[in-house]
Design a protein around this ligand. Sequence first.
Ligand SMILES: [Zn+2]
Length: 251
Amino acid sequence: MSQTPLPPCPVCSGACELHDVVDFNKCCEEARGLFLPKLGVPIYYALCDHCGFCFAPELYQWSLKDFSDHIYNADYEAIDPDYLELRPKGNAAMIAANFGAHAQSIRHLDFGGGNGMLSELLAGHGFSSQSYDPFVNPDTNPHALGPFDLITAFEVFEHVPDVNALMISLSLSRAQSGVILFSTTISDGHIEKGRRLDWWYASPRNGHISLFSKASLGLLAQKFDLKFGSFNDYQHAMWSEPPPWAASLFN
Ligand SMILES: [Zn+2]
């Protein structure tokens, strides 16, 4: 028997190895004590030797319908209970607190915005805000809506099966001095060669199929001629020249 050849790393084109296998039903809520029954469907994750990017090659082949049917279905809320309300409210408060004084001059896109709550809340703070989500607005081309001064992509990067396509979409939607503000939990200290994939965030049932090390995020930004910085292990930004209203964030 021989192993199916793995694709090269989608971020840096480096060589990858199969890292580990988990049950499809492994979910993020295990961190809070919710364990779904095992489904008996193995999901393999591959790890890039060079940049530490970790991904599920088989799920990279899925269609939007596959994701809708098996992941973002009626049961999704139970394994991501913050998705509908808590997270959009928290993110809206954070953006309003940081940029609210400049709301009138900021065109904002919430990329992967689900039900659009974040945009609605920001509109209430005076922002010109639009929401785009491939599952909610499949017929919308986000580039045609822009360009945008601020693009948020909260809990998006770990869900996408094509990180380069995501970056192209974000780049095309971005104004020349636009800022991409995004969240994804970095894998540094959690995913390591020789260690089982026991990290709570590495959960196929949540659609977490692209897991970034800090180095891999930096390389991805570089590939698209963007600068990259992290505020912490969860919140990050990409930009070229920071606009005056965001300058304080990039000192
Ligand atoms: Zn890589």
